[in-house]
Design a protein around this ligand. Structure first.
Ligand code: UT7
Length: 352
């Protein structure tokens, strides 16, 4: 038995980094608050007009180059984004068009921060049924469009001015959410492994719609006629609502459980896992997961300090850094792990 494996990775973060100190120019926050609570030191934001498909395209180009394939060999695209270029269609087809591979089917998945374990399950299904041989999997998010400030030039230090008290109050109202997200994309090229026992082994995936509003974009949905109203803008419903503490509790409870259950199904122990590549929402969540599973710190790496939470992209960016850095070796057991809006959560096991 062999499953789908990673033959190339790539990632991309736009613009120059924005530090916690930079954020304090537009809202009441501080490095002292953000860093110990989250592990985040800086993040990147897409520029005006720069979209999830632009970021995804850049990451995809790098992954294709690393895989050493011709882009014409890709026969399916799996794209995950919660900040797609349009409300619809999704960004997968746009990435395909930017790559010049129009006609290749693109699947858009909406599992947000849990997207990579879900996408891996779908990719393995496509490959094992013969529907595809070479899959481009992309996670890309450009959250800049929902950030609760307008004075980007002040944020970047390009204009030496104070933002208005109203603008500061508006941004401060959403600071719990705004400080954790950053923009970026990660991509992987996937093919069936040629080594017996290697590749995707299985996934354990869950969804509970009862908690959909723990983190959701309440404005611009088709529960409303019309789906977008002036009132939604006035109520700032273009900024997602996030029950941070509730999500934190779900994560520290559900994530260790799903890893244990998945390992048990595949007759291995959590000790056998070489790398837990976890979604980067908050270092404290991953420390708790690591402690619950009794894993040493080096098995649960983090790069949230440099990117913040890039939603659909975190796991792919982290994998890219570890694979390019020569840290992850062929034959090692990887566990991809994430929880996010949906509520979706899950883990996927792969012998790389
Ligand atoms: O990606 C998947 C989905 N998201 C997550 O998994 C996020 C999980 N949750 C978290 O990581 C944490 O809940 C956050 C980091 C988002 C927030 O941390 P928290 O400890 O839950 O903070 P809180 O929202 O409960 O706020 C605590 C205090 C409040 O002040 P008072 O009412 O105690 O006086 C907030 O107003 O901290 C204040 N606060 C801030 N202060 C400075 C909240 N955000 C900030 C901020 N800067 N950015």
């Amino acid at each position: 038995m062999t499953g789908v494996t990673i033959i190339g990775t790539g990632s991309y973060a736009p613009g120059r980094p924005v530090t916690n100190h930079d954020l304090a120019r537009v809202m009441d926050t501080s490095d002292e608050w953000i860093r110990p609570r989250t592990g985040i030191h800086q993040r990147h934001y897409a520029g005006e007009g720069e979209t999830a498909s632009d970021l995804g395209f850049r990451a995809a180009e790098r992954a294709i180059e690393a895989a050493g394939i011709d882009r014409g060999e890709i026969d399916a695209i799996l794209c995950s984004s919660m900040t797609s270029d349009y409300k619809f269609p999704g960004s997968g087809g746009l990435i395909g068009a930017k790559l010049g591979i129009q006609g290749v089917p693109a699947f858009d998945l909406q599992q947000q921060c849990a997207s990579m374990p879900f996408s891996m399950q779908v990719a393995n299904g496509l490959i094992s049924t013969g529907a595809a041989k070479t899959i481009l999997m992309v996670g890309a998010d450009a959250h800049a469009g929902f950030m609760p400030w307008k004075d980007w030039d002040v944020l970047y230090g390009e204009r030496d001015a104070e933002v208005s008290p109203e603008a500061r109050a508006q941004a401060t109202k959403h600071r719990g959410l705004a400080v954790i997200f950053g923009d970026g994309a990660g991509a992987m090229v996937l093919r069936k492994s040629e080594v017996e026992g290697h590749g995707f082994l299985g996934a354990q995936l869950h969804t509970d719609g009862d908690y959909a509003e723990d983190i959701a974009l309440l404005g611009g949905g088709f529960r409303s006629r019309p789906f977008l109203t002036k009132e939604m803008i006035d109520e700032e419903l273009y900024v997602p609502r996030m029950a941070g503490r509730s999500l934190f509790k779900h994560a520290v409870k559900k994530l260790p459980k799903v890893v244990r259950e998945l390992c048990a199904r595949h007759e291995c122990t959590t000790e056998d896992v070489d790398w837990v590549i976890a979604h980067q929402a908050n270092d404290r969540i991953n420390f708790a997961v690591r402690d619950a599973l009794k894993l040493p710190p080096e098995k649960v790496p983090s790069n949230i300090a440099r990117y913040g939470n890039t939603s659909s992209a975190t796991i792919a960016i982290l994998l890219d850094e570890l694979i390019r850095g020569g840290k992850i070796e062929r034959g090692q057991l990887l566990c991809l792990l994430g929880l996010g809006a949906g509520l979706h959560w899950g883990a996927a096991l792969m012998r790389y």
